[in-house]
Design a protein around this ligand. Structure first.
Ligand SMILES: Cc1cc2nc3c(=O)[nH]c(=O)nc-3n(C[C@H](O)[C@H](O)[C@H](O)COP(=O)(O)OP(=O)(O)OC[C@H]3O[C@@H](n4cnc5c(N)ncnc54)[C@H](O)[C@@H]3O)c2cc1C
Length: 347
């Protein structure tokens, strides 16, 4: 039997960065993933954007996360020897005059200023319709597939590609058994698939499907565009996302999804585009929009790190470290993310 202190089930951005934290701390662990190409982390657009929404609001923990990610991703790139991270000005295209006005207000607010770039480049954006103008946010783009593949490769024997069914998991007295594997602590990181997890499905998941396109268009490769849909440059193409669909939880790229994305793209592009690829996946979104971290209230050796929602790439680095500290007994969890906020329903 192969014994570990920790087994992490699910190698998307959550499970993989948690595994990285345990690897850095030289712990005994195994990361398991079935490498589903439709996993949220493998389909994600890859945008990190600290100012979002119609009202141009600063995202939760923006300052802390921005500083952390700014250091974390370049260091990880160096350790893995693969490029996947790019800091990028994001041109936030305003929908109407009221939004342009909101932006002027934001530019004067001290907490927003670190995320706003006044590069003096207020000229029109070639190929993008900007009838009400735009502002520039300091953002970033993460190419998740090379990140995950390189990280899994560096983990060597601490990573295994396989699928686990929940009935294989047997919490025995000495250890938790999963077939010929055994561990002391099991951390579930299965993304939206955790809605079928017999121990954690009581948590208020609210999964949301989305479409992402890969396109080619003659627009600048030096900036990203956030205009309802986003466009992020990756070498010779752009990634464009996304739709938000709550009543169709599968990873099928549909005609309807493509039509919606195309319509939105045509609303912002004044140049033609060529479609290269269309994918869809389901985000592990949750009702109160805060991640799920913590320990099962009854099955004390079972843990969860999930619920990264629409912002996994901003949240995963900091919260994987937070989760690792908690697992190793180096501190408690932030109450906002601790699953203790949801009582286990009585049977
Ligand atoms: C269309 C779309 C666009 C997005 N765009 C962005 C964006 O621009 N920026 C951003 O920050 N976030 C974005 N997101 C959200 C982001 O993708 C998620 O927050 C994040 O990837 C969630 O990561 P995760 O590891 O929790 O889940 P997942 O990525 O779902 O990872 C879970 C992994 O566990 C595996 N797994 C599950 N069950 C088992 C099992 N039984 N056995 C073995 N393996 C198993 C799955 O196959 C998967 O590999 C987007 C999501 C979608 C769908």
């Amino acid at each position: 039997m192969n014994k570990y202190d920790y087994i992490i089930l699910g190698g998307g951005i959550a499970g993989s960065l948690l595994a990285w934290q345990l690897h850095l701390r030289k712990k005994s662990f195994l990361l398991i993933d079935n490498e589903d190409p439709h996993a949220s982390s493998r389909v994600a657009g890859g945008m990190i954007n600290p100012i979002t929404g119609k009202r141009l609001v600063l995202t939760w923990m923006a300052e802390k996360l921005y500083d952390f990610n700014h250091r974390f991703y370049p260091r990880l790139e160096k350790s893995l020897g693969v490029p996947f991270y790019r800091e990028l000005p994001l041109r936030r295209v305003f929908k109407n005059a009221a939004q342009a006005n909101d932006w002027l207000v934001r530019c004067r607010q001290a907490d927003y200023r670190p995320f706003i770039l006044n590069d003096g480049d207020e000229t029109s954006l070639f190929g993008i319709k900007t009838p009400f103008g735009y502002g520039t946010v300091l953002g970033a783009a993460v190419d998740t597939v090379p990140l995950l593949n390189a990280l899994h490769a560096v983990l060597g024997n601490s990573y295994r590609k396989t699928n686990i069914t929940y009935d294989e998991i047997k919490p025995a007295k000495e250890h938790i058994r999963i077939g010929e594997l055994a561990c002391q602590k099991l951390i579930f990181c299965e993304g939206w698939k955790a809605t079928a997890n017999p121990w954690f499905s009581y948590l208020p998941f609210n999964p949301c499907k989305g479409d992402v396109l890969k396109i080619r268009a003659e627009i600048s490769q030096h900036t990203g565009i956030a205009a309802g849909v986003f466009l992020l440059p990756f070498g010779d193409h752009f990634r464009c996302g996304s739709t938000y669909i709550w009543d169709e939880l599968d990873c099928t790229a549909t005609e309807q999804g493509l039509r919606t994305m195309t319509r939105q793209l045509e609303n912002i592009l004044s140049v033609p585009h060529a479609l290269l690829e269309h994918k869809a996946a389901v985000r592990p979104t949750v009702k109160d929009r805060r991640p799920f971290l913590g320990r099962h209230p009854r099955e004390k050796r079972f843990y969860i790190f999930n619920g990264l929602g629409t912002k996994g790439l901003s949240l995963a680095p900091w919260f994987s470290r937070h989760m690792a500290d908690y697992l190793l007994g180096h501190g408690g969890l932030m109450p906002e993310v601790d699953i203790k906020r949801f009582p286990l329903p009585s049977i």
